[in-house]
Ligand binder design. Structure first.
Ligand code: NAD
Length: 247
């Protein structure tokens, strides 16, 4: 999978799954725009790490839920690397509560980052992606958007919305050879799963056919595959990377 001379933006690319995606794309030769919202230190450290193995990266602050920030992020990518080929919409938040207790603000915040943020970035990147001669959009959804998850009416709605948007934009971009896909991770070892106690971990793992949580790198490698030439004939698809949970 050779991504030399390809330019990628990874939203929320400084930590968690996004960090693993940024690293993987850079290791395969892409120039990476590492977007962060608040984690400047992590983003700068990641840029240094990528440069240490001869890669090229730049850290850019932007809140993807804000359209003007999305425009700024896209413009910085163009100013730095001249084009854009790969857009990974990874930035996401949770703000869980049962709907009886969830505030309107909790709903709006999650929708604005996880759904509108994906639209904002796709909108500002569209013209360049369609003209660049090689374009890929990869949206990080979730099994919560496929199955629905109690306590996540906001998050499940946003992540299901991302799957619908992926299909709509895939149809719009297909004539220019630009593919648009979603990846729906299941339980991935992360700050979130670290907070579960052993009993909770065992209960969730019992429901996963492969009987373990996934690793961030296992998401990053699937994203890199979809970003590469090898993924050229896949579009509008949602790939569940979940140890068999959705089956
Ligand atoms: P994380 O919290 O470690 O990383 C999310 C990143 O997005 C952070 O760097 C955060 O700063 C950034 N971010 C948040 N709001 C932003 C905004 N408005 N603008 C720009 N950046 C913003 O979470 P993660 O577990 O690595 O999740 C990454 C993606 O994977 C998310 O979309 C999440 O919904 C999805 N996902 C995660 C899991 C899991 O098990 N961890 C499972 C399914 C889906």
């Amino acid at each position: 999978m050779d991504l030399s001379n390809k330019v990628a933006i990874v939203t929320g690319g400084a930590s968690g799954i996004g960090r693993a995606i940024s690293l993987s794309l850079a290791k395969h030769g892409a120039n990476v725009v590492v977007n962060y919202n608040r984690s400047a230190d992590k983003a700068n450290a990641l840029v240094t790490e990528i440069e240490s193995f001869g890669g090229k990266a730049v850290a850019v602050q932007a809140d993807v839920s804000q359209y003007q920030d999305a425009e700024k992020l896209m413009q910085t990518a163009l100013d730095t690397f001249g084009t854009l080929n790969i857009l990974v919409n990874n930035a996401g938040i949770t703000d869980d509560a049962l709907i009886l207790r969830m505030s309107e603000q909790q709903f709006d915040n999650v929708i604005n980052t996880n759904l509108k943020g994906v639209w904002n970035m796709t909108k500002v990147a569209a013209k360049t992606l369609l003209k660049s001669g090689y374009g890929r959009v990869i949206n990080i959804s979730s099994v919560s958007g496929v199955l629905g998850n109690a306590g996540q009416s906001n998050y499940s709605a946003a992540k299901a919305g991302v799957i619908g948007m992926t299909k709509a934009v895939a149809k719009e971009f297909a004539a220019r050879g630009v593919t648009v896909n979603a990846v729906a991770p299941g339980f991935i070892e992360s700050d979130m799963t670290d907070k579960l106690n052993d009993e909770q971990k065992q209960a969730w793992q019992a429901m996963i056919p492969l009987k373990r949580f996934g690793k961030k790198e296992e998401i990053a490698e699937v994203v890199t595959f979809l970003a590469s030439e090898l993924g050229a004939y896949i579009t509008g698809h949602t790939l569940e990377v979940d140890g068999g949970l959705v089956m």
